[in-house]
Write a protein that binds this ligand. Structure first.
Ligand code: NAD
Ligand code: WQD
Length: 341
């Protein structure tokens, strides 16, 4: 396809930065808007280094309409990939209004700017969390949404408002991608997941235990109705997610309107599967203890990834071993994350 100018909101974050590399390496121009509320500008320096091409970046809050307007005025944006959001489930229960403001308000601010500047193509970051306490696995896109926390609700509300926009504005083409559990890092070790404070998610926590920054992993429950009693998730390599976004761009013009796809592998792994795979990747045991269940956790979430495979021929290629190998390489080379960069 011919190169596009792609506005990437939240492009300095975990998934956004890997996607920027993928887009640059495929000849697209990338313009990032990120307020760095959960990322380091250093990530974008590294993106440019890996891709061998510069990234145009603006430090701005998505809800700052005049800043956004200036970005659209300065660049001939062909399509937008909208990653910018707050994503911590526990925090969303503490400060729900902030989550609605940033995640939903940020999306409407973006849509207004797109409309004002005649931009009609959007890829939206949705989440498996919209399925809530799923009663069956694997999950297909037609399974009901039942969000159980404000974060997941913001994602579901955004999906609904985007679907409504598409019904009312026939020129729009929107792809909502429901990621399952993105993990791993760029294989070169320069780019990875660098959460602020104590990691909420298991993979960065495991990596920090392995590198000696934390004592041991707490395994949140071993009494779930799963093969080994620990929670089962569909971990997907962030490079597969990044490639999925490049593929999405290539398929935005297939049809107008709203389409929704799961991005997962279809393979479920338990917490203990992950701990063991990580220990193999880093060549040492990773200390853990089983503690109580974490409030709000579900037993099992696994994607049925067949819809996107049928539509685009896209499937995730990297297995759990590669996910752990790459997460470990980033952690080992950057023991304090981007801070020392
Ligand atoms: P991340 O926090 O690493 O990246 C989000 C980026 O958006 C950060 O760089 C942050 O600084 C920026 N941002 C936040 N609020 C902003 C605002 N108001 N204006 C401008 N920039 C802002 O998160 P991630 O893991 O890369 O997730 C990207 C997207 O994917 C999010 O929408 C998230 O909800 C969604 N998602 C993530 C996961 C996951 O497990 N990582 C799973 C499913 C969906
Ligand atoms: C994975 C498994 C835990 C930490 C979250 C969001 C979801 C989506 C993906 C954004 C579970 C167990 C965890 C730990 C553990 N993100 N665990 N010890 O909760 O599946 O999904 O990220 O959209 O919305 O909720 O991911 O990495 O936190 O947990 O035992 O220290 O690891 O119980 O079984 P989760 P996670």
């Amino acid at each position: 396809m011919s190169p596009m100018t792609v506005l990437v909101t939240g492009g300095a974050g975990f998934i956004g930065s890997h996607t920027c590399v993928e887009l640059l390496e495929h000849g697209h121009e990338v313009v990032v808007v990120d307020d760095h509320s959960n990322s380091a500008p250093e990530a974008l320096e590294r993106v440019a280094k890996i891709a061998g091409r510069p990234v145009t970046a603006y430090r701005a809050d998505l809800r700052d309409r005049s800043a956004l307007d200036a970005v659209f005025k300065a660049h001939p944006v062909d399509a937008v990939i909208h990653f910018a959001a707050k994503k911590a489930v526990g925090e969303s229960v503490e400060i729900p209004v902030t989550y609605y403001d940033i995640n939903v308000g940020g999306t409407t601010a973006l849509l207004s700017a797109m409309q004002a500047h005649g931009v009609h193509r959007l890829v939206f970051s949705s989440s498996c969390s919209i399925y809530g306490d799923a009663t069956k696995v694997p999950l297909t896109e037609t399974d009901p949404a039942a969000p159980t926390n404000p974060y997941a609700s913001t994602k579901w509300i955004c999906e609904q408002l985007l679907a409504d926009m598409c019904r009312r504005l026939p020129e729009l083409s929107v792809l909502a991608l429901r990621y399952f559990n993105p993990v791993g890092a760029h294989p070169c070790g320069l780019l990875g997941e660098d959460p602020r404070g104590i990691p909420n998610n298991i993979m960065p926590y495991l990596a920090q235990v392995a590198v000696g920054r934390r004592e041991r992993l707490s395994v949140f429950g071993d009494d779930y109705p799963t093969p080994d009693g620990t929670g089962v998730r569909d971990y997907i390599h962030v490079m597969d997610v990044a490639e999925g976004h490049r593929c999405a761009l290539e398929h935005l013009d297939d049809e107008k309107g709203m389409r929704v796809f799961n991005l997962g592998t279809g393979v479920g792994s338990s917490v203990l599967d992950l701990v063991n795979a990580f220990a193999r990747a880093c060549g040492r045991p990773v200390p853990y203890e089983v503690t109580g269940r974490r409030a709000g956790d579900v037993a099992e979430l696994v994607a049925d990834p067949r819809a996107v495979a049928a539509a685009w021929g896209w499937t995730a290629k990297r297995d759990l071993g590669v996910m752990c190998r790459d997460a470990w390489r980033f952690q080992e080379l950057n023991p304090s994350g981007y801070a020392a960069g």
